[in-house]
Design a protein around this ligand. Structure first.
Ligand code: 2AM
Length: 491
């Protein structure tokens, strides 16, 4: 057989796979293409890949034979059993050190498992988040590879050249060990839910609160897109608001207010609950979609539950719109603060060395949440890799402080109007909780001890003969009962 020619192989010729192949081909790499239904290989070579260097393979064996060593094979197939099935089929044709890359939408526990299983057999595994949809895959996605660190030097050039570039820097870097790539992609999607919800709430406030028309709101978003909120989602929302149906009405006003979801936001919220991290904004964004789903019930409720009397806005509109920009910005800072807190906690639990500056850089281009803002997050983590949270960074600390008055006015006004702002509100509640030395968890602990003898610890500086430092204390609150376990100090 002729010498292997392929720099990398790709299995799965759906649109994402085809586009990624064409992208890698454009960047000068020879890609070997394979698909379970091999007629798609013929079709691809005869059409989209016509005139390129792309090489076809009609069996797994042929695919492996055509690849240079160490082999690098990307799977872009349906997440779940299809990935495991291809890994199994590939193994007999691989040699130690070969690399299997899963670029699909896998859940990170699967990537953790696959890394371990493949490494035990002498192979390397990479689970890579791929973001940016079909367009990103074709012209430059955000790529988030994690897994076996030894694989990175072998795939780095291909990945970084294929990824989107911002200011000459690739939106791709090594994320971390085992399932870190897919984990970070999951958090990316959760953050995307949050960003979208914040924009939807801003629209609602401008529409129902200020009574503005879609065209006016679009202009506001276009202005915002030149400032701190400069991002893909703000930009497309302005375009969406300007888009007219045939009768001249904004099309968006005709769209059923019931949001779908594929589950990655929910995964992030579940991961946050599992990790015990207050990722409240993404949680609210997921729940807001759930509430939107109750359309029929909301219609019935709207007939019998009245809100506050609608009053026309009497204040300074320009000031209000500036406040709203600050509220959106500050809420976004809270959401990313929470997302990075979650990644930090998970990294601690799973022994990952996460590259936080790199993660923000990977998200700066190529993907749905791309924004100028992510450049500031990159800088924050470049200055201090071990940043406890973004709010300890000088830039974000100042930005949140500056935004605070306007942000509070917006949330307060929305509450008075009866316009729901779950994301804005939870962001502010998080901010106020996070900056509180004392939170009312003393009451919770007292209640828990009262009804369940769950014990509490004494506040530093409030110790006395009864309340001893560091001890698990139980108080007989009622003078009745009060038996406690031997391990507990009973005051
Ligand atoms: P197909 O063209 O043979 O259906 C997106 O669906 C990609 O995933 C396609 O390349 C598809 O292959 C592949 N795919 C989906 N389910 C699969 C399975 N169970 N086994 C192998 N490939 C699968």
């Amino acid at each position: 057989m002729a010498a292997p020619v392929g720099d990398i192989g790709l299995i799965g010729l759906a649109v994402m796979g085809q586009n990624l192949i064409l992208n890698m081909n454009d960047k000068g790499f020879t890609v070997v293409a394979y698909n379970r239904t091999t007629s798609k290989v013929d079709h691809f070579l005869a059409n989209e890949a016509k005139g390129t260097k792309v090489v076809g393979a009609w069996s797994i064996e042929e695919l492996c034979a055509k690849l240079k060593r160490p082999r690098k094979i990307i799977l872009l197939v349906k997440a779940g059993p299809a990935v495991d099935s291809f890994i199994e089929q590939l193994i007999p044709h691989l040699e130690p050190g070969d690399i299997i890359i899963d670029g699909g939408n896998s859940h990170y526990p699967d990537s953790i498992r696959r890394t371990k299983e493949l490494e035990a057999k002498g192979f390397l595994f990479v689970g890579s988040g791929v973001s940016g949809g079909e367009e990103g895959a074709r012209h430059g996605p955000s790529l988030m590879p994690g897994g076996s660190p030894a694989a990175w030097p072998a795939i780095k050039e291909i990945f970084q050249k294929t990824a989107a570039q911002v200011n000459g820097e690739p939106c791709c870097d090594w994320v971390g060990e085992t399932g870190a790539g897919h984990y970070v992609k999951m958090v990316h999607n959760g953050i995307e839910y949050g960003d979208m919800q914040l924009i939807a709430e801003a629209y609602d406030i401008l529409k129902r609160g200020l009574g503005l028309h879609e065209d006016e709101i679009a202009d506001i978003f276009t202005t915002w897109n030149k400032g701190v909120l400069d991002s893909f989602l703000i930009e497309i929302t302005a375009n969406i608001l300007r888009f007219k149906d045939d009768d001249g009405e904004p099309l968006v006003t005709k769209i059923l207010d019931q949001a779908g979801q594929k589950g990655t936001g929910k995964w992030t919220a579940i991961a946050a609950l599992d990790a015990g991290m207050p990722v409240t904004l993404i949680g609210e964004a997921v729940f807001a979609r759930c509430l939107s789903g109750l359309k029929e019930e909301r219609i019935r409720a709207s007939k019998v539950i009245a809100g506050p009397q609608k009053e026309a806005f009497k204040g300074d509109k320009k000031q209000f719109i500036d406040d709203l920009e600050q509220a959106l910005y500050a809420s976004k800072i809270m959401s990313y603060t929470q997302g990075f807190m979650l990644m930090r906690e998970t990294a601690k639990e799973l022994n990952w060395n996460l590259n936080y500056a790199g993660i923000a850089r990977m998200w700066r281009g190529g993907c749905i949440i791309k924004s100028v803002f992510l450049g500031d997050i990159t800088s924050a983590y470049q200055k201090n890799q071990n940043l406890e949270s973004l709010l300890f960074d000088d830039f974000f600390n100042k930005a949140a402080h500056k935004a605070q008055p306007g942000w509070r006015r917006i949330v307060a006004q929305a509450v008075l109007w009866g316009i729901p702002t779950p994301a804005f509100s939870t962001a502010l509640a998080f901010f106020d909780g996070y900056r509180s030395e004392i939170v009312p968890a003393n009451i919770l602990q007292a209640q828990r001890d009262y009804f369940g003898a769950h014990t509490f610890k004494v506040l530093l500086g409030k110790e006395n003969a009864k309340l001893k430092a560091g001890q698990d204390i139980h108080i007989n609150w009622t003078g009745r009962g009060g038996s406690v376990s031997a391990s507990t100090y009973s005051a």
